[in-house]
Write a protein that binds this ligand. Structure first.
Ligand code: NOJ
Length: 552
């Protein structure tokens, strides 16, 4: 287990979400692949990320970009072979990094041999691997997730005259977790990939594994029981490997997916609700929504960790906000209907923030200091753009912009899986990795710098979190503090993070008298702030300014 610096290595890790198809084409067929990825691992190491999360890599008809799996024990032919995959995993490990893969447990593709067999007759031995019903009136309290395309969670199958259950596209039938064979099979699949060397899984669509009449079919006790079994299985056979929950839920419901110290479930879970509130706070010019949601976030077990993110491969989800907040977000961040998708916004980080470098850096500075492990979405480190006119979520999954050459250096092919962004603001002819690496003032450097600084401390990944709130609500402030432990030794660290959420200078005042005599140091710039005294500590923050102040 030598590649893990501690049993809780994931707490110190910075994650990088990577879509293999979009990253680098190594064989010239217009699709990113493992050969391409292999050639770009040095880039990721240079950037300073620790753990790479790969979107689904399995064979799939790609109705939902690989989240519709047709074979769980192989690699999509566009990406290469199992050997190519293994080579990438080994090369990642050689560089001291780790890798987790997406595992789609809730559903398969309708092209998976299991489903083809299951639908073939009511007597099929695999009939019970999926959720079949004579009527489409069961589980009516379950919401529809893909609102823009699906009208029901049931689809009629004329072959046998019954309906099958699906929480996502109708081409993604849900597996039946009441069937012990399904439960066992998924554990075997997990073993298969751990055997290949992956360091864990991002477990897709966790809340929906079971269905029960009279409930909304989310977060059921049966689901938690199965997750506990999955964790116990991994823990017993593969210590150090992690499970990360995709459960787009309110903090108290996600909290349950960490389980307890005695009966653990996931090591990590995304903090979905904080994400839209970071954007809200900027528009509303007040920290209020951030403070509210963090105060509503329960403590988690000692070896558990949140994952925080600004954007990902999906629409910016607005499921975990109030109706009023959703309307506000849509109005301010998605004024054109085409920018909206389901209950969200199909735009990338930089366009959402009007390509304003100050706001992009500010949100990243918060991302790297809020409790949890941060996740960067590929391309956001250079502020890539999107294209809202492409279907579904394809507009935020365009090829990585490496350089000025044909297809942004992504591929030699004449036809790509998806065209490179080539517009006036975000086009690859002026926005790409090479250009930013040549400019010390670029976003790429700013992010690399923040990651390099963050790496020197344990407080951001492991420390306690406490708000410190000046009267001025435009200023967000919090303490991050940590002591050395047996597992992770080190000296005491205390940070005061301050951020101005507005485009005007903001004055602030705090009672820091407990630290009188100390001179705060901004570890991002090395700047020394005036010594703290007994009187209120006064400061002024520049527009969208942010500081990571070390106070000894
Ligand atoms: C969540 C994934 O992030 C999304 O891309 C996918 O469409 C659904 N789960 C269904 O698997």
């Amino acid at each position: 287990m030598s590649r893990y610096n501690s049993p809780t290595w994931y707490k110190d890790a910075v994650f990088y979400e990577l879509y293999v198809r979009a990253f680098k084409d190594g064989n010239g067929d217009g699709h990113g692949d493992f050969k391409g990825l292999l050639s770009k691992l040095d880039y990721l190491q240079q950037l300073g990320v620790d753990c790479i999360w790969l979107l689904p890599v399995f064979p799939s008809p790609l109705v939902d970009d690989g989240y519709d799996v047709s074979d769980y024990r192989n690699i999509h032919e566009d990406y290469g072979t199992l050997e190519d995959f293994k080579a990438v995993v080994d090369a990642i490990h050689q560089r001291g990094m780790t890798v987790i893969i997406d595992i789609v447990v809730n559903h398969t593709s309708d092209q998976h041999p299991w489903f083809i067999e299951s639908r073939s007759s009511k007597q099929s031995p695999l009939r019970d691997w999926y959720v079949w019903s004579e009527t489409d009136q069961k589980y009516r309290e379950a919401r529809i997730i893909f609102l823009d395309t699906e009208s029901s969670n049931w689809t009629y199958d004329p072959l046998t005259g019954e309906y099958y259950w699906h929480r996502f596209y109708s081409q993604q039938p849900d597996l039946n977790y009441d069937n012990p064979a399904v439960q066992q099979e998924m554990l075997d699949i997990i073993d298969f990939w751990l055997e290949m060397g992956v360091d864990g899984f991002r477990v897709d669509a966790v809340p929906y594994l079971f269905e029960r009449e009279g409930t909304n079919c989310e977060n059921l006790p049966e689901t938690h029981a199965y997750v506990r079994r999955m964790r116990a299985h991994v823990e017993a056979k593969w210590p150090g490997r992690i499970l990360l929950a995709e459960a787009n839920q309110w903090p108290e419901d996600v909290r349950a997916y960490f389980g307890t110290e005695d009966a653990p479930e996931f090591h990590m879970a995304f903090h979905f609700p904080i994400m839209p509130r970071l954007y809200l706070a900027l528009k509303q010019r007040t920290r209020k929504s951030i403070v509210d949601i963090m105060n509503r976030t329960p403590p988690i077990p000692s070896d558990a960790q949140w994952c925080v993110f600004l954007r990902n491969h999906d629409e910016l989800t607005l499921e975990m906000v109030t109706e009023e907040e959703r309307q506000y977000m849509w109005e301010h961040y998605a004024p054109e209907p085409r920018m909206r998708l389901n209950l969200g916004i199909r735009r990338r980080l930089a366009p959402l923030l009007d390509n304003d470098q100050r706001r992009i850096r500010l949100l990243n500075a918060l991302l790297f200091t809020l409790p949890g492990s941060p996740i960067l979405y590929y391309g956001d480190e250079i502020g890539m753009g999107d294209d809202i006119w492409r279907d579904d979520r394809n507009g935020v999954r365009t090829p990585m912009q490496w350089d000025y050459s044909k297809n942004a250096g992504f591929s030699d092919a004449d036809e790509l899986y998806e065209a490179v962004i080539d517009d006036e603001v975000f086009g690859y002819r002026h926005l790409n990795v090479i250009q930013q690496q040549a400019d010390p003032n670029s976003l790429w450097y700013a992010i690399r710098h923040m990651l390099a600084v963050r790496r020197n401390y344990r407080a951001f990944g492991r420390g306690t979190f406490e708000f410190v709130l000046p009267e001025n609500e435009a200023i967000l402030g919090y303490w991050r503090e940590v002591d050395g432990t047996e597992d992770v030794p080190g000296e005491h660290e205390r940070f005061l993070v301050l951020a101005n959420l507005t485009d005007e200078p903001q004055p602030g005042e705090l009672d820091l008298s407990a630290f009188a005599g100390s001179e705060p140091i901004d570890v991002l710039t090395g700047t020394r702030w005036p010594a703290i005294g007994a009187e209120p500590y006064r400061f002024e923050l520049a527009p969208y300014g942010y500081h990571w102040l070390r106070i000894r």
